[in-house]
Ligand binder design. Structure first.
Ligand SMILES: COc1ccc2cc(-c3cnc(C(=O)NCC(=O)O)c(O)c3)ccc2c1
Ligand SMILES: [Mn+2]
Length: 252
C-alpha cells in the first residue's frame, strides 16, 4: 500500500537529526565544539524569536543570578536577563518544538558516544544580553562535575555583525592554542562540552542579544553529583532534571 512507502514529515526530520548527530559527535570528539547553521530555517526561527519577545514583553525575564558571589553587583560578572521554560505544556509551541529538536539530535548523539548516556536535561534558559551590558566574564559552565555534559545554545539574532555588534561567544579550548569566536547568528545551533575543556566568555554587545540554552546531563555523572551534593546550593541553573522528549522510533 502507499502508506508504508510514504515518508512522514517526522520520519524525514528523524533521519535528518541522525545525520546531524553524526556530524555533531565527530566535531565534539575532535574540537569539543560544533556549530550547525540553518538548523530550523527562517520561518521557524522567526516564530521562535517572536515568542521570546512575547516572553520579554510579559516581563518574565529576571537578572541572571550568580551563586556564591562576593562581588557587590553581579552585573560586573554577567549582564544577561533570563527566564526558564520547560519546553512542555505552558511554554510557547515554537520554543517547545526547538527543544524537542535539540533533544532529538542529542538523543542520537548519546547513542553514538561510547561511555556517555544522555537522557536528561535542564529546562530551557531563554536569555537576553541587553545592548551595552557587560556580557559574561570568562567561566566554565560545569567546573565541578554537577552532571552537565553538553551545553546546547540556539541563537536568534538576525543580521548579526560581530565586528559592529560585538556579542561574540569566545571559547578557549583547554590545552589548545586556538580560540573559537562564535557569532550569535540567527538559526545557529552550538554544542560544546560543558566542563573544564571549554572556558568561555560572552563579549559585550551594542545590540540586544538573544539565545536559548539547554544543558544535557550525563547520567552517571549526574547520579554521582546528586549523591554527593545532596542539599547543597546548586551552583548551576536548575536542580530538577527534565527527561528528553521521547521521539519514539515508531511514533506515528
Ligand atoms: C543559579 O542560577 C543560575 C541561573 C542561570 C545561570 C546561567 C548561566 C550561564 C552560563 N553560561 C552562559 C553562556 O556562556 N552563554 C554563552 C552565549 O550566550 O553565547 C550564559 O549565558 C548563562 C550560569 C549560571 C546560572 C545560574
Ligand atoms: Mn557559559
Amino acid at each position: 500500500t502507499t502508506v508504508d512507502t510514504k515518508l512522514t514529515y517526522l520520519d524525514i526530520l528523524k533521519s535528518r537529526f541522525s545525520v546531524i548527530a553524526e556530524y555533531v559527535v565527530k566535531c565534539l570528539q575532535t574540537y569539543g565544539i560544533c556549530v550547525i547553521d540553518g538548523f530550523l530555517g527562517e520561518a521557524t526561527g522567526t516564530e521562535i524569536f517572536k515568542e521570546v519577545k512575547q516572553l520579554q514583553d510579559l516581563g518574565v525575564f529576571r537578572k541572571g543570578q550568580l551563586v556564591h558571589t562576593a562581588s557587590a553587583s553581579s552585573d560586573a560578572i554577567r549582564g544577561d536577563i533570563i527566564t526558564w521554560v520547560d519546553g512542555r505544556g505552558q511554554s510557547s509551541e515554537n520554543i517547545q518544538f526547538l527543544v524537542s529538536c535539540m533533544d532529538a539530535v542529542v538523543k542520537n548523539c548519546s547513542c553514538l558516544m561510547e561511555g556517555y548516556t544522555i537522557n536528561e536535561r535542564t529546562k530551557a534558559m531563554v536569555a537576553c544580553y541587553p545592548r551595552n551590558s557587560t556580557g559574561y566574564v570568562r567561566h566554565i559552565d560545569n567546573p565541578n562535575g554537577d552532571g552537565r555534559c553538553i551545553t546546547c545554545i540556539y541563537y536568534l539574532n538576525q543580521n548579526w555583525n560581530g565586528r559592529q555588534d560585538g556579542g561574540l561567544l569566545r571559547i578557549f579550548p583547554e590545552g589548545k592554542d586556538r580560540v573559537a569566536n562564535v557569532e550569535p547568528n540567527f538559526d545557529r545551533l552550538l554544542f560544546f562540552w560543558s566542563d573544564r575543556r571549554n572556558p568561555h566568555e560572552v563579549l559585550p554587545s551594542t545590540r540586544d542579544r538573544y539565545a536559548i540554552t539547554v544543558w544535557y546531563y550525563e547520567a552517571e555523572e549526574r547520579a554521582r553529583a546528586l549523591k554527593q551534593y545532596r542539599g547543597e546550593v546548586s551552583s548551576h541553573p536548575k536542580k530538577e532534571a527534565v527527561p528528553l522528549f521521547n521521539v519514539s522510533q515508531n511514533e506515528e
